[in-house]
Design a protein around this ligand. Structure first.
Ligand SMILES: Nc1ncnc2c1ncn2[C@@H]1O[C@H](COP(=O)(O)OP(=O)(O)OP(=O)(O)O)[C@@H](O)[C@H]1O
Ligand SMILES: [Mg+2]
Ligand SMILES: [Zn+2]
Length: 457
């Protein structure tokens, strides 16, 4: 931070970028009207760190003298959550959990608080949004019976740190980071400067006490509160509730993790008794799949370390306007445009005058090239108005010349398809070696989109 004594700066509320003048558009993240005037910290800047939680004296330590830690992870008590964290809770880690209002952040963390405290550690649950009565009510619904779980309705950082000192908890949960403020910082509570400084304080707390600290962060589209984006580089791990509230299931994804694979996914179902892990996500995502309908196809994705089968749907229909629109949910729209251009040029589909809609069923967001072939097949299926055999799975990256490229973890994907009873897998030719014999399921290796389409129709 560029703090040269007291003064005002303009801070982008979406990413934290600072400027001396007000700007209409943030040059860093591209947000409009996101700059808000903030007072910088008064005199010095040293004041905010609390001595008691300052880091140890920092002196260089010889690499060879540092004790290696053998996996000191502990379980959060919820296996699906452990998975997202990369195999459990790391002591001293700062974890941010973001998500839209009402998606289930408080629910999940209260369940985790319960489980962690049942394991013997005391847990401090700080809430700046709800009274202890409200939390207790939720807890009763969730069946929380913790005896060493402490609730603290508080928003003042200094009071929170005092409570930490008194209770000496084994884990701290802050609901939400946007509500916490320090009176030692002049910026308004909820502003990016405050929120970032608060996150830094909790980072110090986590590292100095070697306890896990979980921060809940709101994601608001309007940016009224500082977006968790501004916190991502401070914390060790970032988890997001993905998709929409309208589904019964909730997807929690690690978008950053210093202690595990990014992109790792946890799938839960929201019930009256809280979030319940979904045992087989592929099965769930395919549950409502229509059979023998044009435009529906199943592809195999890798979400972190786990293969997941999902249904991709395409709708190709004549556009009312000269040039068709391309819209996508759960898949990168630019990539769709590129795949459509490839289909026009290499396969001879005429799609210019058609609207093309793509939807990943179940609210999952797919971000990997191996799903290309599924998207292409879905578009082709809708375009030709010909259904794809419901027992077939496709995956593979598609290049601009229509070539099908190999995918990572092809075997795991194929195995998931086989496990779920699919009979045929259309996949990159470079990945098929030995698979058919290994899995006992028919694999068809293809080198190009044309080959794949020939196989399908
Ligand atoms: N009795 C109930 N039965 C089933 N689901 C419920 C029940 N009560 C609440 N929920 C679910 O819990 C959700 C609210 O969860 P929670 O309060 O944990 O969300 P949050 O992300 O913390 O929200 P906020 O941003 O408002 O703090 C509701 O949207 C609803 O889906
Ligand atoms: Mg909440
Ligand atoms: Zn910005």
């Amino acid at each position: 931070m560029a703090t040269k004594g007291a003064g005002t700066v303009y801070v982008c509320q979406s990413c934290g970028n600072q400027s001396r003048k007000w700007l209409g558009k943030c040059p860093d993240c591209g947000a409009w009207n996101s700059f808000v005037e903030e007072r910088t910290r008064s005199a010095g800047g040293k004041e905010t760190g609390r001595a008691s939680f300052g880091l140890r004296q920092t002196v260089p330590v010889a690499y060879s003298d540092i004790e290696s830690q053998t996996e000191a992870r502990t379980s959060s008590g919820i296996a699906e959550f452990d998975r997202v964290l990369g195999g459990g809770v790391v002591p001293g880690s700062l974890v941010l959990i973001g998500g839209e209002p009402g998606i289930g952040k408080s629910t999940l963390l209260l369940q985790i608080a319960d489980k962690i405290s049942a394991g013997g550690a005391s847990v401090l649950y700080v809430s700046g949004e709800e009274s202890e009565r409200q939390i207790k009510m939720r807890g009763e619904r969730l069946g929380v019976e913790a005896t060493n779980l402490y609730l603290l309705p508080e928003t003042n950082l200094e009071s929170i740190l005092d409570a930490v000192e008194r209770i000496n908890p084994g884990a701290v949960i802050v609901d939400s980071i946007q509500t916490v403020f320090s009176s030692k910082i002049e910026s308004a509570p909820g502003s990016v400067s405050q929120v970032r400084e608060m996150a830094n304080q909790f980072l110090l707390l986590a590292k100095s006490q070697t306890i896990p600290v979980f921060l809940i962060g709101h994601v608001t589209k309007e940016g009224a509160l500082a977006g968790p984006k501004a916190l991502e580089h401070i914390v060790d791990t970032v988890l997001y509730f993905e998709g929409e509230r309208h589904y019964n299931h909730r997807i929690v994804r690690a978008t950053k993790n210093r202690f595990g694979a990014a992109n790792e996914l946890g799938v839960f179902e929201m019930t009256g008794a809280g979030l319940v892990a979904v045992a087989n996500p592929s099965e769930m995502f395919l549950q409502e799949r229509p059979r023998d309908v044009a435009g529906s196809v199943v592809t195999a994705c890798m979400e972190g370390t786990r293969p997941v089968l999902v249904e991709i749907q395409a709708l190709v229909s004549g556009s009312k306007y000269g040039t068709g629109r391309r819209m996508a949910q759960g898949f990168d729209a630019n990539r769709i445009a590129l795949l459509i251009a490839m289909l026009e040029k290499r396969v001879g589909f005429h799609l210019i005058g058609d609207d093309v809609f793509i939807n990943v069923a179940g609210g999952l967001e797919i971000d990997e090239p191996a799903a290309d072939l599924g998207v292409v097949a879905a578009i082709a299926s809708s375009f030709k108005n010909a259904a794809i055999d419901p027992q077939t799975v496709l995956f593979g990256e598609v290049g601009l010349t229509g070539e099908v490229r190999g995918a990572l973890q092809a075997q795991q994907r194929a195995r998931e398809a086989q496990t779920l009873g699919f009979k045929k897998i259309i996949m990159p030719a470079t990945n098929t070696a030995g698979l058919e014999r290994l899995l006992g399921v028919r694999t068809v290796g293809v080198r190009s989109v044309e080959e794949a389409l020939d196989e399908l129709f």
